[in-house]
Design a protein. Structure first.
Lengths: 286, 275
């Protein structure tokens, strides 16, 4: 496969049986260049006027750094919650039959389907001091709305499907014999799960959690309503970009955006490479 | 034969925990949207939905969505055809590039469009000199919406078309089918459900996009306010019922999306069972 791609640059047109190569190549390349790549040049253009020292000064300013800490911290907490919650849900959906299972399965995609602003105002209302959840949690001394807990909650809400939908198909494909064998040999549930199931699942679990983390880093609509947006405390980095824009500080917004963009692209690349390595190992190095 | 986690007590505990968590974190917010929207009865809901600004926001959102879908439909089908039916250098790179919108924070997506086409950008400066305004007007909203939703159709089609292979299409070509006939009579029947689901996902995201649109829209009531931006404005005006009335409309589209997915999956498993 790899060798063929290298030794055969552009196979001749007559070797192609199917029509439409020119047309689909033309449309795809035009679209990708105009819609996806060209706009990125605007960011480069805006940044090229900055010296390295000026760039550093913008991205290392106190309030901006505080927003990195808030964003990364809340996204990490959300990712851990989702890893546990997502694994539990995937397990229950694949392994058990119970009334309402189809409904539960359908409900898993809600955070992807629901507009983020709708999720944002709903969570903010639910967890505010007069909301259903806020009232229930107040006697316990837990404040969610307008704290970093609220930010983590909103991030966890929007990114939970990543873990469930990555782990679910792997769990479905696991042959039943392997855990039957473990049980027949007398292993207890917990031990059998850790020793037999988890080694098959964890690459998918890490991938799903990683994707959820990347999504949480960039989340905006769902978070800003519940965050409270206090400078140095509950401001996320996406909001900092927005704030700079409202002050017509396009250079500042671009500099911070470049940090966000680079972080998410590097993380995604790492997840893809890591996943690729795992798949190769699984299929015997082909 | 017993499998891991089949002990009745453990089984019930795990199902109970999963259902309770899902009810608390997913179902409760959904219920809350409708409860808030109808907090002042059907009349309160209706007077907010039929408000002039709400109607114009609904109109703009529908307009943008109706324009976005065909563009991404054509692009998605063309790209999927290209990467699954032909081998050429850069094929993998192209597949990676279309994932960019999923990787980029919506605010950053809006920002890069604003930088390029806004008054200070190198394209925007030229446009401004010719009196064309894209940003803070509907064309800008359309452009970023196309950007954030462009992977959906291609993403649904590529794995399916890869799995199906091109044998049927090659046979049709050998029998003398023209390009268009080939697509309509052979390819389309095979991919129509995935295509439909791709369109439904595109629709859901196009209707609900917030971050990218809020950067380029300017949110002028009655002019460049989409429905999600309208939700934000009303919420910040402390008009909770109004905000949730509009939010309920958006939630209905989300519920339709979930139902469509469940329906298509049910159809697929039934066909598998009968095959």
């Amino acid at each position: 496969m790899k060798a063929a791609a290298f030794s055969l640059p552009f196979p001749r047109a007559r070797q192609r049986v199917l029509p439409g190569f020119g047309l689909s190549l033309g449309i795809s390349l035009t679209f990708v260049s105009l819609v996806l790549l060209l706009p990125l040049t605007g960011l480069v253009g805006q940044l090229s006027g900055l010296s390295l020292a000026e760039y550093w000064a913008i991205i290392s300013e106190g309030r901006v750094v505080a927003s990195y800490v808030t964003t990364i911290g809340a996204a990490a907490v959300a990712a851990v919650i989702n890893a546990i919650f997502g694994l539990l849900l995937a397990w229950v959906l694949v392994r058990y039959d119970f009334p309402g299972k189809r409904l539960l399965d359908a409900l898993m995609d809600l955070p992807f389907a629901l507009p983020t602003a709708v999720a944002g105002i709903t969570l903010a209302t639910l967890y505010s001091s007069s909301g259903w959840m806020g009232k229930a949690l107040a006697p316990l001394g837990i404040e969610v709305a307008y704290t970093w807990i609220g930010i983590a909650l909103a991030m966890a809400f929007t990114s939970i499907p990543f873990v469930v939908r990555t782990v679910q198909p792997i769990l479905e494909d696991l042959p039943g014999e392997i855990d039957e064998a473990a049980m027949a040999l007398g292993a207890r549930d917990g031990v059998a799960f850790r020793r037999v199931i988890l080694p098959h699942l964890w690459p998918a679990l890490v991938t799903g959690t990683g994707l959820a983390f990347v999504r949480s880093l960039g989340e905006f609509g769902a978070v800003i309503f519940i965050a409270g947006n206090m400078p140095y405390e509950t401001e996320i980095t996406s909001l900092m970009i927005f704030v700079k824009l409202q002050e017509y500080d396009y250079v500042g917004a671009s500099a911070i955006a470049s940090v966000v963009l680079a972080t998410s692209l590097i993380l995604l690349l790492a997840i893809n490479l890591w996943q690729g390595r795992f798949i190769r190992r699984l299929h015997g190095g082909s | 034969m017993q499998r891991i986690g089949d002990a009745p007590v453990l089984r019930r505990t795990l199902i109970g925990a999963a259902v309770a968590l899902a009810a608390l974190f997913l179902l409760l917010p959904l219920v809350a949207i409708f409860a808030q929207a109808f907090a002042k009865g059907l009349g309160g809901f209706w007077s907010n939905v039929s408000d002039t600004y709400t109607l114009s926001a609904i109109g703009l959102t529908l307009f943008i969505t109706v324009l976005t879908i065909p563009v991404n439909l054509v692009f998605g089908v063309m790209l999927a055809w290209l990467v699954t039916r032909f081998q050429f250098p850069g094929r993998r790179l192209l597949q990676t590039l279309i994932d960019i919108p999923f990787a980029i924070s919506p605010v950053v997506a809006g920002l890069v469009y604003l930088l390029l086409y806004g008054r200070n950008g190198w394209v925007g400066g030229w446009l401004d000199a010719h009196d064309i305004q894209l940003m803070f007007a509907w064309p800008g909203i359309l452009m970023v919406t196309i950007f954030v939703t462009c992977p959906f159709v291609a993403r649904e089609l590529i794995p399916l078309m890869q799995a199906q292979g091109s044998r049927e299409e090659e046979a049709a070509v050998t029998l003398g089918a023209s390009g268009f006939t080939l697509f309509r009579r052979v390819t389309l029947p095979n991919i129509r459900w995935a295509l439909l689901y791709g369109v439904i996902l595109t629709n859901a995201r196009a209707v609900g996009e917030f971050g990218a649109v809020s950067v380029v829209s300017g949110a002028i009531r009655g002019e460049t306010n989409t429905l999600p931006l309208h939700v934000e404005l009303l919420y910040q005006d402390y008009n909770t019922v109004g905000a949730f009335a509009s939010a309920a409309l958006l939630a209905l589209i989300a519920l339709f999306t979930l139902a469509a997915k469940a329906g298509l999956e049910w159809r697929a498993t039934r066909r598998e069972a009968s095959a």
